[in-house]
Write a protein that binds this ligand. Structure first.
Ligand SMILES: Cc1cc2nc3c(=O)[nH]c(=O)nc-3n(C[C@H](O)[C@H](O)[C@H](O)COP(=O)(O)OP(=O)(O)OC[C@H]3O[C@@H](n4cnc5c(N)ncnc54)[C@H](O)[C@@H]3O)c2cc1C
Ligand code: SF4
Length: 598
């Protein structure tokens, strides 16, 4: 059972329909098919083959505009996102404000595997505090699950997808059990300098965690831990793990990885799920509603075949939405019926509420100690060899904002491209000809950049709803976004700027421009960090949440969500590892409850 047409899918009755093929959909499909469920995956984007379509070895000079970013391809010509971005042609969304402080930018990937084809692969576990933020400071919401509930699934996801990193024993920065992590890569010289000088400021720099194979996965022992008592699944994944090569540290991961050395849903989740023979995939299938049976349970989904424009219906005993948080919200809100006039599973009125992104702020600088370094292969791991976990938990009361951030940083000599030697005037005073070439060589590799990634507290003013007028090219009503940061976030962004400047100066470096002291100006616009979560939060009370602890909607028992929509908070940790761990947990429950809910 492989890629099939929409017409063929419409004739079948499945155990489970999954909408979306990214991190959440991919993990759900993997877990369900390995456990024997018959699954239909509906994906709005086109089919994509990472082995034949990944431009791993092309150099910038071979691309238009030397590969630089454009409106269509903001991350550059070779970026893995073949369809999608901040704007998707024919598929608009509405922003109630367009200024930096009040707008929400929505990034969508329209392709098999979704955003996982080019994501940053930074894979941090949420810590115990991150599931109970309300209990700690009275703000936002607690999750109805704890770290202990998710820990076994973090273990499994790390073993399956392959995450490098190291245990640090730091507060609220969980260690992984032995056998879960791959060894971290060697730091670059700039990483070591950051670590040494940050340490003097009391800021810990530790190995990063990324979904990249520094060595082959442990295909001999991991399969039995991933699928105890399931020899068929163990065999499939043991064979698949051997087909994934280890990273050779020479090509940018954002283009995707044809040797399957990093995590993409298309290289890690979907191949073994397809091998089970239990997964059918329809691409170019734009789902717009979940249909209800007379019994009030989900009967299936309605979708548009984007290649023909024809409306189709697919049926299953269970429906799982994993179309990315806001798109799953859109499907729910567009699924209106007499029973659910305000959208499906929305008796609480909370569908679309409490959308969150990550607090982001950046600063870079130039470090004379790193100038004129001898040529050396420094492509390394596309960043995140090392990072700074949030280190100020003991001082939380004194900071003026409630939650923390971690710091991602990078430096060194990546593959030169258009812009490598641009904007040097602040250092050279302006140089030309031979002197400019000397300057370019001198300064190449002497810059360090810092990005803060912080927790946003969910608020009443950040939500999405259906716009009453605007529709996409398929006639499907679109989302309208409302957005507001609170002072907890803007103060945090100002603190990031101050910290980055201190580290750069401790390295003997100079800040480019100046550190911004006004947090409202320092903070990146909503949505721009592309960590969209929330909108259908899980909780313990059906009046104040959309799903229960199993991400099963309170109102419709055979409807589940496995993307970021059920997140009740958005810790500083990047969300995707948690999306996958949670999807595995929920999919196991779907299998367990199959008799009761189907
Ligand atoms: C540049 C970039 C860097 C990032 N770096 C990191 C990082 O380092 N660490 C991290 O944790 N996260 C990172 N992220 C975020 C990460 O990609 C997402 O958290 C993750 O992919 C979310 O998984 P998902 O399954 O919810 O959504 P997606 O991966 O976006 O998948 C959703 C899928 O659903 C499909 N779909 C949407 N609507 C419909 C519909 N109506 N019908 C059918 N199918 C539909 C889409 O086409 C898509 O394929 C990054 C994202 C970007 C863009
Ligand atoms: S750096 Fe490694 S993981 Fe990333 S694309 Fe290249 S080979 Fe693949």
């Amino acid at each position: 059972m492989p890629f099939i047409s929409s017409a063929t899918a419409a004739k079948e009755q499945y155990d489970v329909i999954i909408v979306g093929s990214g991190a959440g959909g991919g993990q759900t499909a993997y877990t369900l098919t390995m456990d024997g469920a018959r699954v239909l995956m509906l994906e709005a984007g086109r089919k994509y083959d990472p082995v034949s379509e990944t431009p791993m070895f092309q150099t910038p000079d071979l691309a238009p505009l030397r590969g630089t970013g454009t409106t269509d391809k903001p991350f550059g010509f070779y970026d893995a996102t073949i369809d999608g971005g901040w704007q998707v042609p024919g598929e608009p969304y509405v922003q109630t404000r367009t200024d930096d402080a009040g707008r929400f930018d929505w990034w969508r990937a329209r392709m098999l595997g979704g955003r996982t084809n080019h994501w940053g692969r930074i894979s941090l576990r949420n810590g115990p505090y991150d599931f109970k933020p309300y209990s700690r400071d009275g703000l936002g919401f607690d999750w109805p699950i704890s770290y202990e509930d998710l820990a076994p699934y973090y273990d499994k996801v790390e073993m399956l997808v392959g995450v490098y990193g190291a245990n640090t024993g730091l507060e609220n920065t969980p260690d992984s059990p032995s056998g879960c992590l791959l060894p971290p890569p060697k730091p670059k010289v700039s990483d070591l300098l950051v670590a040494a000088r940050a340490a003097k400021l009391g800021i810990p720099v530790v190995p990063g965690r990324r979904a990249v194979l520094t060595q082959q996965l442990d295909w001999k022992t991991s399969p039995a831990k991933l699928h105890p008592g399931n020899p068929a699944a163990q065999k499939i994944i043991a064979e698949d793990m051997q087909r994934r090569a280890a990273c050779f540290w020479a090509t940018p991961c954002g283009r995707g990885c044809s040797i399957r050395a990093n995590y993409q849903s298309t290289t890690v989740h979907l191949p073994p799920a397809l091998t089970t023979g239990k997964l059918d995939i329809v691409t170019d299938a734009m789902v717009y509603e979940v249909t209800l049976g007379k019994d009030g349970r989900a009967a299936g989904v309605g979708f548009v075949d984007r290649t023909t424009g024809k409306h189709q219906h697919a049926a299953a005993r269970v429906v799982v939405l994993a179309a990315s948080a806001c798109e799953s919200v859109r499907i729910l809100l567009n699924s209106k019926s007499t029973q659910f006039p305000h959208g499906l599973a929305n008796s609480s009125g909370k569908v679309g509420k409490y959308i969150m992104d990550t607090v982001g702020s950046s600063l870079d600088g130039q470090v004379p100690l790193l100038e004129s370094m001898p040529p050396h292969n420094e492509d390394a791991a596309s960043g995140h060899q090392m990072y700074v976990p949030w280190w100020l938990y003991p001082h939380a009361q004194k900071l003026g904002f409630a939650r923390g951030y971690h710091i991602e940083f990078g430096g060194g000599k990546g593959m030169p491209g258009l812009g490598t030697a641009e904007g040097l005037e602040w250092l050279t005073g302006g140089s030309y000809g031979k002197k400019f070439k000397q300057d370019a060589r001198r300064y190449y590799g002497s810059f360090v950049g810092f990005d803060g990634r912080g927790e946003m507290i969910p608020n009443e003013h950040s939500f999405c709803e259906i716009d009453p007028v605007v529709k996409d090219k398929w006639g499907i009503p679109v989302l309208r976004f409302h957005w507001k940061w609170s002072e907890h976030e803007t103060r945090q962004a100002a603190h990031m700027q101050k910290t980055f400047a201190e580290i750069i100066e401790a390295m003997g470096g100079r800040v480019r421009g100046r550190a911004e002291t006004d947090g409202a100006k320092a903070i990146a616009p909503g949505g721009s960090i592309i960590h969209e979560v929330g909108g259908a939060i899980m909780g313990a009370d059906p009046k104040t949440s959309v799903t229960d602890r199993w991400c099963q909607t309170w109102d419709v028992k055979n409807l589940f969500l496995t993307d970021g929509a059920p997140f009740a908070s958005n810790a500083d940790k990047n969300p995707t590892l948690t999306i996958m761990a949670n999807a595995w947990r929920v999919a196991e429950k779907v299998v367990e409850r199959r008799g009761a809910i189907g």
